[in-house]
Design a binder for this molecule. Sequence first.
Ligand SMILES: Cc1ncc(COP(=O)(O)O)c(C=O)c1O
Length: 503
Amino acid sequence: METRNASAAPGIGGATRVGPRRLTELLGEWRGDGIGYLELSESIAILVRDGRIVPGAVLPAERPLSEALGVSRTTISASYQRLRETGVALSRRGSGTVVRGAARPAGALWSAPDASEIDLSAACPEPWEGLAELNAQAMGAHPEVFRLAGYDTIGLPALRAAIAARYSARGLPTAPEQIMVTSGAQHAIFLVARTLLRRGDRSLIESPSYPHAREALAATGALVAELPVGSGGAGGGYDPAAMLDVAARTSPRLAYLIPDHHNPTGMSMSARLKSDLIATLAAQGAHVIADETTAELVLGEPRTVVPFAAFAEHETQQDAIITIGSLGKTVWGGLRVGWIRAAPDLIARLEASRRVGDLGTGTWEQVVATLALERYDEILAQRAAQLTSRHRALTEAVAAQLPGWTLSPATGGVCLWADLGARESTRLSRRCAAHGLRIVPGPRFGSPGTFERFLRLSFSAPETDLVEAVARLRAAWDGGRGASVPHPVGAEIGGAAERDTVV
Ligand SMILES: Cc1ncc(COP(=O)(O)O)c(C=O)c1O
């Protein structure tokens, strides 16, 4: 399947219009549940909150939507009314029903999360426990950073050297000239996509995959073709023959892969699949992004994960690979330091193209990152122990409470992929909201209408939260069996108070 993948088509005067067909597609399987206006408004609110419908988008007129969905116009009117009441949308004269931008709390340094709510929509571990110490060390030992400009587009020499040395130690000889420091991995993905793709080019992404990478590819105007990772992703693992077949037929200019500890399945490709994919894609002249943001987060005993690019058979193949890394999941998501490893001439192109959009990564963060890399083995060992025990707590709770579900064989990373055995994902995530659990439905990880049987379960939260989250999942799952849709509680999933990113 190939999609242009924007959440909606741009309309006249720049407004984004979500057509009735597109909305029906995005709503997935919502109808089987009954056709209440509440259910419809909540489903639209979920799409708004996870970014599949963007602020400013104009929702379809009532009549065509009622025809497309096969529900009464009164139901549509009532759900639009509810979207207005809950702050998700507003009526604009001459435009119709328009999605509102997120309201941010004013004044406070940060808004305290609702303590009763559990949020599994993000897969972000808390900061590594030694981070404050590194910060103090940076302040005490490196006052010279304040004499620098404060930011730069390529990275501090010491940090580039430390990142390069780490790749070399992991089996991929790397020189500092092959490294560019970025403001996180997402920045890196978009920068590469923007530099290498033109409107109408073909790109390729695993399906399912990390949704913001898909968005980055699509934002360039490229077509986004899908590389199914396996027999549904869960339980069965990869299907190498099918993947190589699709890769051989697609001829993409750029492919985006998460070869190790894939988001959302947590699975890793075999060495054979890695080298075969590299050979197949490089033979077509494709560049390949290997997103290794979570590659070094292993479950079980700490072990070295050999970088994807080391599986290239010769230098030309290796030059086709652009490796992306980040401290976001290992140290902290708030430390916005990531990097790109690529051939030096490509690094030079990326640096030139970067300045259009940003002037560099902060020196302060880079100093903290350099200090973190000095202790990286210790950090990774602590993370491995923490995530292993969280993964165990989650899988045991699911086995006990939801024995009919099948979980993907995660070997690392921060999440896994649950096969529910029924096309219930969007409905279930809506019900979970009523039970105080935020969870992103499976279709968010593929193109619209796919993965309704799957749910991503992140295990980055503490064990007690995970066990409670599974109890709420069970309650929501049981509640869905023939019961009516629970009435929304508390802050309401529809409230546009915050907008989620799915990380
Ligand atoms: C696979 C993958 N790549 C990239 C990112 C973005 O990372 P960063 O916070 O470094 O931008 C994430 C974050 O969740 C991710 O899961």
